[in-house]
Design a protein around this ligand. Structure first.
Ligand code: GLC
Length: 425
C-alpha cells in the first residue's frame, strides 16, 4: 500500500524490533510487554507473517509452569526502567515480572491465521500455540476466579494495562504502604511527571509487588491474599473474546477438546458479565471483590466490554454512550469521562485516549453492527496520527500527542485501520 502513513508505521515496527520481540518504544519501555506484543504482531502480519508469529512465540516461551504469562519479559539488562528484575525476584532464568496483562493473544492468533496468505504455513505456526494460550486461560479461571463466578479479578492495577485508571483509586487507597522499600522512579525521567501516575500510587504498586514476592509468587495463594482484587469489564471482555476466538481456531485446526473447554470459559464469562452492567450509566462498571461493591467510575474499561460478544442491546447502549462522549470530546474514546471530576486529559489512563483501546472497541462495535460509531473512532485515530505522529496516547480534547513517541502498538493499530479501510473501499 502506498499510503505514507503505512510506510511510517512499518518503519516504527522495524525500528523497535529486537529480532524475536519488539519493545513498545525506545527508552521508556526497553523490554517485551505482553499485550503490546500480541497487538503489535497484527502490524507485523501485514508485511512479515513469520515475524508476527515469532513475536507471540517469544511471549509464550516465557510462560510460567502454572500457565501464567507475565506482563514483562526482561530480555536484556537495562536500569532505565523501574521496577526491574531485582524488585520482582521471580527466580526465572530470563527474568520476568510476576503479574500478567490482558490476555489478547487468543484474539491475535485467530486474526493472524484468518488473514494468512499461506494457510498451511499459518496452521503450522498456530498449532503449537493452542495449548499454551489455553493453559493461560485455564490459569485465569483457576487462580483468578477461585470461586467459579465466571469472571476473573486482577490483583494489581498494572495487570489491567490501564495502570492509573480512576477505577483503581479506592481499592488502591486501601493497600497498606508502610514499610515499602524506598525506590527511585525512572518513568518520570523519560516522561513529564504531570502526565504519569502519582507517587502515592507508585508506593501502592510496589507494596503489592513486595507482598506477592513475600508469598513466593505462588498463584494458588495470591488471589485470596491480595488486598487488591478488582473485576474489570474490559479485561474480562478480552479474556472472553480470546477464549471464543481460540475455540474457533482450535476447531479449525482439529483440536476439539481445546475448543470445547474454551467455549465453556467464554460462555461462563458471558453469563456472569451482565452483573457488571449499570443502567444508570449506560455502561459496564468494575466490581471490587474486597469491598464487595460496584466501582462508580466512568472509565473506558466499561466500554471496551463491547470487545466481547455482549447482547445487542448492550452493544447499542455502549455505542450511544460513546456517541455522547463524542459530543464532549473532540477525539474518541477518552479513557475517562471528561465530565467526571477525576478526569485529567494528559495523565495516562485518567482521560487520554489510546489507539489499542480504540481498535478493540471499534472491532467489537463492527461485530455488533454499530459501524457508524466505529467509523468515527477510526477517523479520529487516523487524524491524531496526521497531527501528532505515532504517540503512546493523546489528549482527547486538544489532540496533543503525549507519553513516548514512535510507539509500536500505535503504529500496528494504524496499519490495521488503514488496511481495513482500503479493503472496504
Ligand atoms: C504502560 C501501559 C501498559 C503498556 C505498557 C507498555 O504501562 O499502561 O498498558 O503495556 O506501558 O507499553
Amino acid at each position: 500500500m502506498s499510503d505514507t502513513r503505512i510506510q511510517d508505521a512499518y518503519a516504527i515496527l522495524k525500528e523497535n524490533d529486537r529480532g524475536t520481540y519488539t519493545v513498545p518504544t525506545k527508552g521508556l519501555y526497553p523490554f517485551q510487554w505482553n499485550w503490546d506484543s500480541a497487538l503489535s504482531a497484527l502490524g507485523f502480519g501485514h508485511f512479515d507473517e513469520d515475524r508476527a508469529w515469532t513475536e507471540i512465540d517469544t511471549l509464550f516461551a516465557h510462560q510460567w509452569d502454572d500457565g501464567m504469562v507475565p506482563h514483562i519479559i526482561f530480555h536484556v539488562e537495562d536500569d532505565g526502567y523501574f521496577p526491574g528484575p531485582s524488585v520482582w525476584q521471580t527466580g526465572r532464568d530470563v527474568p520476568t515480572s510476576g503479574i500478567t496483562q490482558p490476555p489478547v493473544a487468543g484474539f491475535a492468533i485467530r486474526r493472524l491465521y484468518e488473514r494468512a496468505g499461506d494457510k498451511a504455513q499459518a496452521a503450522a505456526r498456530a498449532r503449537p500455540l493452542l495449548a499454551k494460550v489455553a493453559a493461560w486461560h485455564d490459569w485465569f479461571m483457576r487462580c483468578r476466579d477461585p470461586q467459579g463466578t465466571g469472571l476473573v479479578a486482577i490483583t494489581h492495577p498494572w495487570e489491567s494495562g490501564r495502570d492509573n485508571s480512576v477505577d483503581w483509586d479506592r481499592a488502591l487507597a486501601r493497600v497498606p504502604t508502610e514499610g515499602v522499600t524506598p525506590f527511585t522512579r525512572r518513568d518520570t525521567q523519560h516522561a513529564n511527571p504531570d502526565h504519569r501516575p502519582t507517587q502515592a500510587q507508585y508506593e501502592a504498586y510496589i507494596a503489592l509487588v513486595e507482598g506477592f514476592r513475600a508469598l513466593d509468587w505462588d498463584n494458588s495463594r495470591l488471589h485470596d491474599a491480595s488486598p487488591f482484587k478488582v473485576v474489570d469489564p474490559g479485561f474480562n471482555a478480552i479474556l472472553i473474546r480470546s477464549a471464543s476466538d481460540l475455540a474457533w481456531l482450535a476447531e479449525e485446526l482439529g483440536e476439539p477438546e481445546i475448543a470445547a473447554r474454551q467455549r465453556q470459559i467464554a460462555r461462563a464469562g458471558l453469563d456472569a458479565f451482565d452483573s457488571l452492567w449499570s443502567d444508570a450509566h449506560g455502561q459496564y462498571l468494575c466490581f471490587d471483590r474486597v469491598s464487595g461493591s460496584s466501582v462508580d467510575s466512568l472509565s473506558v474499561g466499561g466500554l471496551l466490554a463491547v470487545f466481547a460478544p455482549v447482547p445487542d442491546a448492550r452493544a447499542r447502549a455502549i455505542a450511544a454512550r460513546i456517541a455522547d462522549l463524542g459530543e464532549r470530546a473532540r477525539y474518541m474514546v477518552p479513557s475517562h469521562d471528561p465530565d467526571a471530576p477525576e478526569y485529567d486529559g494528559k495523565r495516562y489512563w485518567r482521560g487520554p485516549l489510546w489507539l489499542i483501546v480504540n481498535y478493540m472497541i471499534a472491532d467489537g462495535l463492527r461485530v455488533a453492527g454499530q459501524d457508524a460509531v466505529a467509523d468515527r473512532i477510526e477517523r479520529d485515530s487516523l487524524s491524531l496520527i496526521d497531527s501528532g505522529g505515532f504517540a503512546e496516547y493523546y489528549d482527547p480534547i486538544t489532540g496533543e500527542a503525549c507519553g513516548g513517541g514512535r510507539f509500536t502498538w500505535t503504529a500496528a493499530m494504524i496499519i490495521e485501520f488503514l488496511t481495513r479501510q482500503s479493503e472496504d473501499a
